[in-house]
Design a protein around this ligand. Structure first.
Ligand code: 0GY
Length: 296
C-alpha cells in the first residue's frame, strides 16, 4: 500500500460549508469538480506537480446533496496524470448522475477510449497551465482531438489569460466544441471592458463552438474570501453574452488554493449575482450541462 502525504502547504477542503441560501433549480449540475484518490487505492501520478489530500467520490456525493445539486461533471486533475482510474470508479458508482472529462495521451487505444465513454466520459482536458503540467505537443493534441471528435466528445481547455494570444489560433483550429475553464483566468484587477478580456470575449463571439465555465471566483479574486465581488462583472458579462454556452462548477476540492479555502456554500450563494434571472440560472445549471454531458 502506498502512503501519500499531502504537500505541507496544502489547504484541506472545507469540512463544514454553510448551507447556501440560494436554492438551485431542481436537477442542477456542478460541472467542474474533482476526485483525488484516495491515494492508497488510486495512486497519484509520478509526474504530478503537487500531492493533494484525499477527496473521495463519497465525499463529493455528500457535498452535492448538501448544496442541493443533482449531478456532477468530474474533471481529471493533473495529480492523477493520464490514469483515469479514480475518475472512472467515481463515474461507475454515480448511477448515471456524473459524467467525466479525462486526460489521455496520444498513445491511448480506441478500446480505452470506448471504455472511458462507456463509463461516462464525454470530453478530454488539454491543460496549458505551466505550473501544473508539461503540455503535450500540438500535433499530439490535434491527433487526440480528431479521435475524440468521432466519439462526439468535446475538449476542455485550461490556460492563463496571458497565454491566450499565443494559443488563440491553435484553439480556433480545433474541430470540436471547446469549454474554457474558469473564464480563461482573467486578471480581475484590469477592466472588464479592457483589451485583455476583450480578446477572450472575441474568442467566444467569433467561435460559436467555444463555451466558458464561469467558475473559480476564489482563484481569480484579489479580495480574498470576502464575497469575490471583483470577479462578478467578468462572470456576469460572459453569462449575459453567451447564455447558452456557459457552465458553473464548485471546483471542489479546490486544488492549489494557498491563500484560503473557499466555503462551497458561499460559492453557491454567488450564482444569482452572476446569472441574475431564473431563466439564466436554468440555462447555466441545467440546460447547458445537460445538453453537453447528457445529450438532452
Ligand atoms: C482546477 C484548477 C487547478 C488545478 C487543476 O488539474 C489540476 O490539477 O485543474 C489549478 O491549480 O488552478 O480547475 O482544479
Amino acid at each position: 500500500m502506498t502512503n501519500f502525504k499531502a504537500d505541507t502547504d496544502w489547504l484541506n477542503w472545507h469540512k463544514a460549508p454553510s448551507k447556501p441560501s440560494y436554492v438551485p433549480p431542481k436537477g442542477a449540475v456542478d460541472a467542474h469538480c474533482h476526485v483525488f484518490g484516495p491515494g492508497d487505492q488510486f495512486p497519484f501520478a509520478p509526474e504530478r506537480k503537487y500531492t493533494p489530500c484525499d477527496a473521495s467520490k463519497k465525499q463529493l456525493w455528500q457535498l452535492r446533496d448538501f448544496l442541493r445539486f443533482s449531478r456532477n461533471v468530474i474533471v481529471q486533475a493533473t495529480c492523477h496524470g493520464a490514469d483515469n482510474s479514480a475518475l472512472v470508479d467515481a463515474l461507475e458508482s454515480s448511477r448515471g448522475m456524473a459524467r467525466g472529462v479525462a486526460t489521455v495521451k496520444a498513445s491511448v487505444t480506441d478500446e480505452e477510449l470506448q471504455e472511458l465513454h462507456d463509463a461516462g466520459v464525454r470530453g478530454v482536458r488539454f491543460n496549458f497551465v505551466k505550473r501544473l503540467v508539461d503540455s503535450l505537443p500540438f500535433d499530439d493534441l490535434r491527433q487526440i482531438a480528431t479521435r475524440i471528435k468521432a466519439l462526439g466528445w468535446h475538449i476542455v481547455i485550461y490556460f492563463e489569460s496571458e497565454d491566450l494570444p499565443e494559443l488563440y489560433d491553435f484553439f480556433t483550429s480545433l474541430p470540436t466544441t471547446l469549454v474554457v475553464d474558469h473564464m480563461g483566468r482573467p486578471d480581475v484587477s484590469k477592466s472588464v471592458d479592457g483589451p485583455e478580456f476583450a480578446l477572450f470575449i472575441k474568442l467566444l463571439s467569433e467561435n460559436p463552438n467555444i463555451w466558458s465555465k464561469v467558475s473559480c471566483p476564489e482563484r481569480l479574486s484579489l479580495d480574498g474570501p470576502s464575497g469575490y465581488q471583483d470577479v462578478i462583472p467578468f462572470a456576469r458579462k460572459i453569462v449575459e453574452s453567451f447564455p447558452d454556452r456557459v457552465l458553473w462548477g464548485t471546483d471542489w476540492p479546490h486544488p492549489n488554493m494557498k491563500s484560503h479555502m473557499p466555503n462551497d456554500g458561499h460559492l453557491v450563494d454567488i450564482i444569482p449575482q452572476i446569472a441574475v434571472t431564473e431563466s439564466l440560472q436554468h440555462q447555466l445549471l441545467i440546460d447547458n450541462p445537460m445538453r453537453l454531458y447528457w445529450g438532452v
